[in-house]
Design a protein around this ligand. Sequence first.
Ligand code: NAD
Length: 368
Amino acid sequence: MSHSHVPIRVAVLGSGFFGTTLALACRDDDAFEVTAICDLDSTSADELARRVGARTLSDPSQLAAAADVDLVMIATPNHTHAAATIALLNAGKSVFVEKPLAITGPDALAAVEAAGRSTGLLLVGHVERTMPGIKRMYHAARSGELGTLLEGYGSRSRLIHVPQGADNWWKLDGARTGGELLHEIHELDLLTWILGDPVEIRATAGAPRPAGGPPEDSVHKTTLKFASGAVAYHELSTSAHVADWRFRISGTLAALEANLRTGVVSQYTDGQVSAQWGIFDSEQANASLRDSAERKQAYNAAGATSPLWMQAAVECELAEIAAAMRGEESVLIEAPATAVVAGAEAMAQVAAARQAAAHAASDALAGV
Ligand SMILES: NC(=O)c1ccc[n+]([C@@H]2O[C@H](COP(=O)([O-])OP(=O)(O)OC[C@H]3O[C@@H](n4cnc5c(N)ncnc54)[C@H](O)[C@@H]3O)[C@@H](O)[C@H]2O)c1
């Protein structure tokens, strides 16, 4: 891509699967210049730094003081996001942090507070917001084209295959991911981005998958109610043999549904499809999305290559990051913490219900 602006100088913290995707995309985008790569694994950092023509920093605390860094992209495991984000914002850096912003509600809100005090910007990797077809849904919903918003629906249900011998992998550890609902936060974010802060949340989760499956809490059902009176339902499963990946928003005049397994957004009026467009503008990217949906689903390991649709999504995301850094409108600015706060509340309800069930079972055993 070609831009007439001074490049944004970027450091990438975390040179694993997604840090690599982000750094390579920045290397290929004139709006950015990658100046530094930092990872606890210096071999991995050196290798990525070589690929993008940047230097390596071995200690994350060096990023705060680096004079040639405007923006730090954080792509480390989820439980490290909030502390790194807050430290960098306090040092006046802008931060783009991968989702989820934090794995607890208070940490997410503390990051937003730090952003309020900082000269830097806080942007979260809610990449689905930036996909052109979904961005169009947002604008239609916000401009009143759908009438009064009544209902939202989000689903990410598939069967995740876990590699053998990955027992201590952070992506299978709820203490480091925040649990599946926060790790796979994208559709929950779309719902709260468009409908606002939920005023009521009801969540339940199925029994954990048997040993070897990812992670605990693999089947979640969450209902949300919003101040406007709109309601939403969100489903997430890593154990679903019938896969579903969609996002819908319905109003009094029309409904819009993005089906991420087909790459198509459909507008419905009176039950009939009244318009359709792609999730991406490029048919190749939509075809790649369809192709990925057909394949075995797994968490990506470091060293994996992003499929074409993900690269296309990151290109869209970079355009939104660059716009935000230039002080222009960007879909990544609004509601950075809402989905984490909602998701963490849902997770807390699930944990409390599990604990109550465990107590009831032990009371029954003891004959209380
Ligand atoms: N937006 C998306 O669609 C998407 C897709 C994949 C991953 N992600 C997010 O990207 C982040 C990274 O995921 P990944 O798949 O690249 O994981 P990964 O395990 O491949 O990479 C993580 C890297 O962080 C490094 N690291 C760990 N702790 C660190 C620390 N404290 N300081 C510096 N480096 C540290 C590790 O050495 C590793 O290289 C996660 O938050 C994940 O949720 C987002």
